[in-house]
Structure formats: C-alpha cells, structure tokens
Design a protein around this ligand. Structure first.
Ligand SMILES: Cc1cc2nc3c(=O)[nH]c(=O)nc-3n(C[C@H](O)[C@H](O)[C@H](O)COP(=O)(O)OP(=O)(O)OC[C@H]3O[C@@H](n4cnc5c(N)ncnc54)[C@H](O)[C@@H]3O)c2cc1C
Length: 383
C-alpha cells in the first residue's frame, strides 16, 4: 500500500519529494509478502461498494503494471465450488452479485466441473476466468524500483517511533533519525492502530492478528489442479475458506485457515509476543468477537492443531488429497480490525487530519487493489 501510494502521488505530482520509511530491511516483509498471491476479480463484494470498484480497477491496474515491468503473472482462473444444496444457494447468490459487479462469470454443473478439474468434486461451481496469480513480493520490488527512478527516497530498517502534527508540518522520528514533512501517509498494516495512536488520533478499534496457515503440495502433485479452487464462502465471516492456490512458481498451496495469533509478526507456529497478546486480551471487542464466533473459532483451532482436521476441510471438494500431501509452508498474518462492539471491519478505514492520512484497515483484496487505493489516497490528500 505504501509503495503504491507513493507511486500514485508521483503520478499526480512528478518530482514531489517522497520518503518511504519502512521498519524492516526489505519491502513486503509482512502481509504483502505472505499472502496467497491472487489478483482477485471481485466476485465477493457488494455491487456498487468501494471494495468492489477498487478490486475491479485493481485487477486491470495490477495486470497492466505486471506487463509494463515484465513481472510474471498468469490468468489461470478460479473455481468456487459448492458441495451441497446450501452451498449451492450461496454460490447462486454470489453469481448474482458478481454479474451486477460486471464480472465475466460462468456457472458450471457437476459434470462440467469434473471435466474441467477431474480431481475436484462438487454439485456446482462458478468459474471466474479473469482471476490471476502473481508474486506480490516481486510487484513490491518493481514498485520500489519505479518510484526510486522517479526520485523517491527510502529509509529501510527504521521504525517510526514518534509522530507529531504541527500547524504547518509533521515531525517524524524513526530509528534515531528525524524528518519534517508537509504531509504524512501511514500504511502500517499489522501496526496501523499503533501508528494512529502514536499520532495522537482517537482509536476505538484494535488490530487482532489472524494467522493464515498454509500447507504446500509435494512437487509431484503440482498438476493436481489447473485453476484456483475455493470453497463456497461463509457470508458471516471475513475470510474466504481454505483454498487450493496455484502459485506463480508452479507450486500449489493449501490454505489459509484463520486462527487467532499471539504475535502480530511472529510467523512460526506458537509464536508469542506479550505486548501483542495483551493488546487484544485487554480489549472488550475481542472477547465479544470470540463469543459470537466461538463455534467457528474452535473449528479453526482444531484444523490448526490437527492436520487430519485441516485435511477434512479440503477433502470436501478434493477427495483424493492425502495427509502426506500437506507439507509445511509459511504462514501469513492478517491485520483484522475489530470494533469495540466485537464487529470485524470488512471495509477500508482511513483516518484523516489536516496533514496526515492513516490507512487503518486495508483488508484483502488490498494487494489486488493497492494501485487504485493509492490513487484514491493521493486524491484525498489533495495532490
Ligand atoms: C494470509 C493472507 C492471504 C492473503 N491473500 C491475498 C490475496 O491472495 N490477494 C489479495 O489481494 N490480498 C490478499 N491478502 C491481503 C493483502 O495481502 C493485504 O491486504 C495487503 O498486503 C496489505 O498491505 P499493507 O501495505 O496495508 O500491509 P503490509 O504489507 O503488512 O505492510 C505494512 C508495512 O508497514 C511497515 N510498518 C509497520 N509499522 C511500522 C513502523 N512503526 N515504522 C515503519 N514501518 C512500519 C511494516 O513493516 C510493513 O512492511 C492476504 C493477506 C493475508 C495475510
């Protein structure tokens, strides 16, 4: 988000003095480098919503950026599979939504699905041929290269520690250095609530880290599927369900699930960070969320602890998967904004002052939508 926003500012104001501050020694060290690598086509979002509009624009803008910068991507298409009558109703509703959003979508019956993907079993499916895959770490590398060529500067390995807005400028300190900026945009992902608080903004929500744990198929099974295979999503949850994802390097991942993480940036299983855990344990909204979704939370926890339970999820639509097919793979961690009443926020959240704009929530598909969101931000700050 930060790199795409810097690029958008430079599009509107060539030559603008831009500094991108990043606490890690490289870009895409967190969500943008630990995701499924899908360029979404916008099947899921309410017609007319900002999320739907930004996703459609993001699909085209990301593919155009990949073409311009020789980044490998592939429009391999995606199948959303129903395995029983109630899931079939859900994908019927999705179909109506997607058509209203202007998507090219095909309905498939069980035979057509089986013909297209012999390893996948379902009663019906939706095919989104536009959905694509890419490595977002490469997208970030190329974004950084593009903005550097336009004069942007980087301060890598410097964690923002203080922010102070004054009538004519913003003072920023990070890793022993300090800067004075006319305007500041923060895109802090998993740390977005802390950055907003650091700047003195009122923050009533909290970021709860949700681990997305993946497995990877052994290379001998890489040709198991040729599309991305998703289950029919549960509309009450912000996550899409465990899917089979073809990656741009030809491998296939299985996942991600969604379990509470005890560390915002701790990727190994059972990572624990006392500050991060205290942050959500002391927040009433977290307990309300857990209580409302207790059955689902237990289900996800079971899948996280026992590979056999995880396997059961995927075998609903891919019965030939075996436990030996689930090989270890890295996890990702989602920044899920939860409000004080326990409601997870599904939409983008920006907080604006005279000289600052904080991106407080940039949920999936923000990797897909980053380029148009960056343009929206550049417009919002009056560039
Ligand atoms: C498991 C998983 C799967 C996903 N799959 C997809 C997908 O297939 N397609 C899709 O479109 N979206 C997907 N998403 C969502 C998408 O990856 C995120 O919405 C997007 O990457 C968010 O980008 P961001 O820049 O806001 O956050 P991040 O990529 O997390 O970047 C935030 C940056 O801020 C830096 N930072 C934080 N605090 C400070 C500080 N104090 N000082 C300096 N720097 C700081 C961090 O180091 C980090 O580099 C997925 C997400 C996850 C976790």
């Amino acid at each position: 988000m930060g790199l795409a926003t810097a690029r958008a500012v430079l599009e509107r104001r060539p030559g603008a003095g831009i500094l991108v501050i990043e606490k890690e020694d490289r870009f895409a060290a967190h969500q943008s480098g630990h995701n499924s690598g899908v360029i979404h086509a916008g099947v899921y979002y309410a017609p007319g919503s900002l999320k739907a509009h930004l996703c459609r624009e993001g699909l085209h803008a990301t593919i155009a950026f990949c073409r311009e910068n020789s980044i490998p991507y592939k429009q391999c298409g995606k199948l959303i599979v129903a395995t029983n009558p109630s899931e079939q109703k859900r994908i019927d509703a999705l179909y109506e939504r997607a058509i209203a959003n202007g998507l090219k979508l095909q309905r498939l019956n069980a035979e057509q699905l089986n013909e297209l993907e012999p390893a996948i079993v379902g009663t019906a499916a939706l095919l989104s041929p536009e959905t694509a895959i890419v490595d977002y770490r490469e997208v970030c590398r190329q974004l950084a290269k593009a903005i550097e060529a336009q004069g942007a500067h980087f301060a890598l390995g410097q964690e923002v520690e203080s922010l102070s807005e004054q009538p004519g400028h913003v003072d920023i300190s990070a890793g022993g250095a300090s800067w004075r900026a006319r305007q500041l945009i923060t895109c802090g992902g998993l740390q977005a609530d802390r950055l907003a608080r650091l700047a003195g903004l009122e923050v009533t929500f909290r970021i709860i880290p949700f681990r997305g744990e993946y497995f990877q198929l052994p290379p001998s099974r890489n040709d198991l599927v040729s599309h991305l295979i998703y289950p029919a999503p549960d509309p009450s949850l912000p996550f899409l369900g465990v899917h089979l994802t073809r990656m741009i390097d030809g491998s296939v991942t299985v996942g991600p699930n969604a379990v509470i993480g005890f560390s915002r940036e701790g990727y190994p299983k059972f990572s624990f960070n006392a500050r991060d855990a205290a942050s959500f344990a002391s927040f009433g909204g977290f307990w309300k969320l857990i209580w409302t979704h207790r059955r689902h939370a237990m289900h996800e926890l079971k899948g996280s602890l026992f590979r056999s339970a995880y396997l059961q999820e995927c075998r609903k639509y891919c019965p030939e998967l075996m436990i030996s097919d689930l090989q270890p793979y890295r996890a990702g961690i989602r920044a899920q904004v939860v409000q004080a009443d326990g409601t997870p926020l599904h939409d983008f959240l920006f907080k604006h002052t005279d000289r600052m704009l904080h991106v407080c929530n940039a949920p999936s598909p923000a990797a897909t939508s980053a380029i148009p969101i960056g343009r929206l931000i550049a417009e919002k700050i009056g560039c």
